[in-house]
Design a protein around this ligand. Structure first.
Ligand SMILES: [Zn+2]
Length: 327
């Protein structure tokens, strides 16, 4: 069975990319991200959808939905109808993004959290379709810490030092990391029959113990590892190993690599760089999961997890196939 990258944004449609996917024996779940109001993101969705239709062995896609507009009484019905159309067109899941809780405002001007009653019928509709919800809610804890506190060696220092717009530290009125996670947890709790995957280790990347607590509370909750390998390798390897052994069915490998435009329309150097990064990320993850003792990642050494092959197979693909039916 192929490896599955359960969280990625990569439009590889020309020989270099397709040959690589073949060689790595990997299938990609491309995830829609809705940044702006309106349906501009549908152009992206169209690319993911057609790649999945054209190369079903290598691509699947996860849809999303338009951001709420105040004063649009038809909003929820329109979203539910659009989702039904997307599932008919092969989407295996729906994604909700971190702008709920950090950017979008409700009619009163307050931040709209992901557990807002407005979204409830949408989540219930997903439950009715038997389609999972991928939730990227909140950010790493580092988002609410100062750059000084993080230090340059912190895995999230590079992002927050260059993306001040998403660095919530010191921004008055923005709900806290705990508020974001609590809102997400309430959605998970309210919909026990809805499979929910927490993107990026469920924004609990700083401690596998925090993820374990949710797994104990919520049988319908899983996480993907996308873009959080650097956080895992910095935790005690024995503790992370126990976590993987105990929750072997609920952890999905992902990279979060990004190449939104079709690689056939991307400069060759950029395309080659993305292909190289996919190869590199895959080898780092496999080295981390399988190595007993130290392995090298970039210019540093970390302790490997020495996981049994059967567990690695689940994390690298089996779990994604189970949590995303039809994938
Ligand atoms: Zn992503």
């Amino acid at each position: 069975m192929p490896i599955i990258d359960a969280h990625v944004h990569l439009s590889g449609d020309e020989p270099e990319s397709l040959t690589l996917l073949q060689e790595l024996d990997i299938k990609l779940l491309n995830v829609c991200v809705v940044l702006d109001p309106g349906d501009g993101w549908r152009q992206q969705a169209g690319i993911w959808r057609s790649l999945a239709a054209e190369y079903p062995g290598h691509y699947a896609w996860c849809t999303s939905f338009n951001l709420p507009q105040t004063n649009d009484p038809g909003y929820v019905d329109n979203v539910i109808a659009a989702l039904a159309g997307d599932f008919a067109n092969g989407a295996v899941a729906c994604k909700v993004w971190k702008n709920f809780g950090m950017d979008i405002r409700d009619a009163s001007g307050a931040f709209m959290m992901v557990d807002d009653p407005l979204l409830e019928p949408i989540f219930s509709a997903l439950e009715g379709h038997g389609k999972p919800l991928l939730m990227h809610i909140g950010e790493p804890l580092a988002c609410w810490q100062s750059l000084e506190e993080l230090g340059q060696d912190h895995p999230h220092y590079p992002y927050y030092s260059t993306h001040p717009e998403w660095h919530m530290y010191g921004k008055p009125g923005v709900p806290s990391h705990a508020d974001q996670v609590a809102a997400r947890d309430r959605v998970v709790e309210r919909h026990p029959k809805l499979s929910i995957i927490g993107a990026h280790l469920g924004s609990l990347e700083y401690d596998v113990g925090e993820i374990a607590r949710r797994f104990e509370r919520f049988p319908n909750f899983a996480v993907d590892t996308s873009a959080r390998l650097e956080d895992l390798v910095r935790q005690d390897a024995g503790r992370v190993r126990d976590f993987f052994m105990t929750y072997a069915d609920r952890i999905l490998f992902g990279t979060d690599l990004v190449c939104f435009s079709r690689t056939s329309q991307t400069p060759a150097a950029e395309r080659t760089a993305v292909c190289g990064e996919l190869r590199r990320q895959l080898s780092y993850n496999l080295a981390y999961f399988s190595t007993s003792g130290k392995f090298v990642m970039g210019d540093r050494e970390f302790d490997g997890l020495a996981l049994p092959a059967a567990i690695i197979d689940k994390v690298m693909g089996g779990n994604a196939r189970r949590w995303y039916p039809g994938l």
